[in-house]
Design a protein around this ligand. Structure first.
Ligand SMILES: C[S@@+](CC[C@H](N)C(=O)[O-])C[C@H]1O[C@@H](n2cnc3c(N)ncnc32)[C@H](O)[C@@H]1O
Length: 190
């Protein structure tokens, strides 16, 4: 819902989901929670892999230090847009490699093979010697390989993705107080 929590979310209002690209947006309140998380941990520079709703909901100053990587060229005019096909992590521009403290990921599919490609991209983008933080969305059943690939484990806070039929989990590879609490949007969590 674009209006949940009062104030409207401009991205949700302006960008209907495109089923051909498996676009399922987080709710406004979930976007707000992840934006706050990025503000706390990723303010040095965050790469948003297939997570445009978060990138476009950042404030202007923070957004200027971030990039959004996606296949949908509708955002190509944005200065932070990077054309990205997850099947080709090797195409990520040299100039962006090793330049981010945090990566936020929500792929169009949940399989291990897809996550291996996103892991390759994530590892290319994180700065050697930096904080190397990841925040990811996928199903809870993927916990064993999310730990193996990215060192990430599921949080108590589960994302609301209103038009997705199954419940996702959020995964992080660092301690997050905000995401250690249940999300009141998820009925079984309240
Ligand atoms: C499940 S949605 C995740 C969106 C996220 N929940 C949000 O609210 O921003 C999948 C995303 O992957 C993008 N996508 C689809 N195919 C892709 C591909 N081959 N490579 C990279 N991104 C792709 C879609 O455009 C969409 O932004």
């Amino acid at each position: 819902m674009a209006e949940l929590g009062g104030k409207r979310n401009r991205f949700l209002m302006k960008n209907p989901e495109n089923g051909d690209l498996n676009q399922y947006w987080y709710s406004k309140a979930t976007i707000d929670a992840i934006v706050a998380e990025v503000g706390e941990f990723g303010s040095g520079g965050t790469a948003f892999l297939s997570t445009p709703s978060i990138y476009f909901s950042l404030d202007r100053d923070l957004r200027a230090k971030c990039k959004v990587f996606d296949l949908d060229t509708k955002w190509a005019k944005d200065p932070g847009f990077v054309l990205y096909d997850y099947t080709k992590p090797q195409d990520i521009p040299e100039t962006l490699r090793g330049t981010f403290d945090m990566v936020v990921v929500d792929p169009p599919f949940v399989t291990r093979q897809v996550w291996e490609s996103y892991t390759a991209a994530t590892k290319l983008l994180l700065r050697p010697g930096g904080a190397r933080l990841v925040l990811c969305s996928t199903i809870l059943e993927n916990a064993p390989f999310m730990e193996e690939l990215l060192g990430a484990s599921p949080c108590e806070f589960k994302p609301s993705i209103p038009n997705l039929v199954y419940q996702y989990s959020l995964y992080v590879n660092y301690d997050s107080k905000r995401l250690a609490s249940c999300n009141p949007e998820i009925p079984s969590e309240a």
